[in-house]
Design a protein around this ligand. Structure first.
Ligand SMILES: [Zn+2]
Length: 234
């Protein structure tokens, strides 16, 4: 990481009219939530692919397997927001929006009032039969709804499911009104999330703050741990 890049980024943040942050799992690993796509992620040692496990097919046909997998590997109800969540929240509450792939609700816990959860979140739990909301506490005791016997599920977008149309439209509107785009903690290979860049303003400046380069043209790449960069930003 070059000091000049940091200075330039801070100036762009100061001068921007509206900033959008696009984030992924790498932001929450510092809160102890494993990145399930990385080598040390939660699928290590699991025989089946994430695409197979986190699918409607598994949810409905092998509900107990699905339930134990998400309970044991994806829920971290005691995780706390870290400095990156907090810095992003401060900037968003001033003049920006966050569109995150994360489903852990840590950005909301950090006080961010402009959060769009692109893939939903783990704590918006409901019964697939009677559609009543279910608390995490109740879900933690059983995957079957005590009222009706229906299968309970988290409100996350599973593989083979579509992004909520309202969420998608909202995200596109945010991209269109932003003149600064900051991508962090994501390899940026998941579609349609990565496709959001197509809706940017022509002159919008784009930064990536990641340990590795992301495959997108016209992006200023700051190769670093996001925590080291965000602690310098205001
Ligand atoms: Zn029910």
């Amino acid at each position: 990481m070059e000091q000049s890049d940091l200075t330039e980024l801070q100036q762009d943040i100061n001068n921007a009219k509206h900033i959008v942050f696009l984030t992924g799992a790498g932001v929450s690993t510092h809160s102890g939530i494993p990145d399930y796509r990385s080598k040390n992620g939660i699928y290590n040692g699991v025989q089946e692919s994430p695409e197979t496990i986190l699918s409607p097919d598994t949810l409905y046909n092998r509900p107990q397997f699905f339930y134990h997998f998400v309970m044991n590997n994806m829920y971290f109800p005691n995780a706390r927001p870290n400095l990156i969540h907090k810095k992003i929240a401060e900037i968003c509450n001033r003049k920006g929006d966050l569109i995150t792939q994360n489903i852990d609700r840590l950005d909301t816990k950090a006080g961010n009032q402009h959060v769009t959860e692109f893939h939903g979140n783990l704590y918006k739990i409901y019964c697939t039969k009677c559609h009543h909301p279910v608390s995490y506490k109740e879900y933690a005791t059983s995957y079957l709804h005590k009222n009706c016997g229906g299968i309970i599920r988290p409100g996350i977008v599973l593989y083979n499911e579509s992004i909520n149309p309202e969420t998608l439209n909202n995200s596109i509107e945010i991209m269109q009104k932003s003149d600064l785009i900051i991508i962090s903690g994501t390899s940026f290979v998941v579609y349609p999330f990565a496709q959001l860049l197509a809706y940017r303003q022509e002159n919008a400046k784009i930064y990536s703050i990641n340990k590795t380069e992301i495959p997108a043209p016209g992006v200023k790449q700051i190769i670093s741990d996001a925590l080291d960069v965000f602690k310098e930003l205001n």
